[in-house]
Ligand binder design. Sequence first.
Ligand SMILES: [Fe+2]
Ligand SMILES: [Fe+2]
Length: 246
Amino acid sequence: MLLLAQISDLHLDGSERATERANRVMNHLRALPTPVDAVLVTGDIADHGTPAEYEEAARILSAPFPVLTCPGNHDIRSPYRTALLGEPASDAPVNQLHHIAGTAILMCDSTIPGQDDGLLSAETLSWLTTTLDGLPQGTPALIAFHQPPVDLHHPLPDASRLGQPEDLAALLAAYPQIAAVITGHAHTAAASSFAGRPLLVGPAVTWTLRLPWEGDHPADREQPPGLAFHILDDDLRLTTHYRVVL
Ligand SMILES: [Fe+2]
Ligand SMILES: [Fe+2]
């Protein structure tokens, strides 16, 4: 059994509000009586992508458990890489494989620099297939990136979802050990499915998406930050619990 937490869309911008909310969720996770196996952070970690925002992110996200990240449309690859990963500056997609408690977690880059919508680029798709082919037979896997590949019935995220979702569908068909797809970007705790796999969308730390039938203004800044707990069983069944952190 694998126990993961997911936080998303911190949008750290140097403001007291953003810092406090990010610290609040991380402190909540650090204080759990049973620590999680890892925390996934599904993009929009920084709001503008400045080096200072990533230096703050590195401080806030440092924890006694593994914290696995992927970029979102607000992130900038080069400063993200240097501050969060300790790697040389580069504009190449940020794709990382992690092994957590026997599960392969593929944190990948669905961003298109300068755009809000997403895409699994040819380079990232190639990395995904090479990485999955290199796993020992029967290794369970999860894939996480920023933009959801389906409409969530809100015009804001639906206008900037993952493009060419058929590429992802083909990948999932080829690799049945991928138990689920985990994303952020939509700023709402949502559950759906894609190509026969569960699709879990993490809530945002910064603000919550007000749905069209809930009112006119999309950004509800009064809601507390949220997080998800994902539990993966040995039979690849994923259970998700959503929380707000008061
Ligand atoms: Fe966001
Ligand atoms: Fe986003």
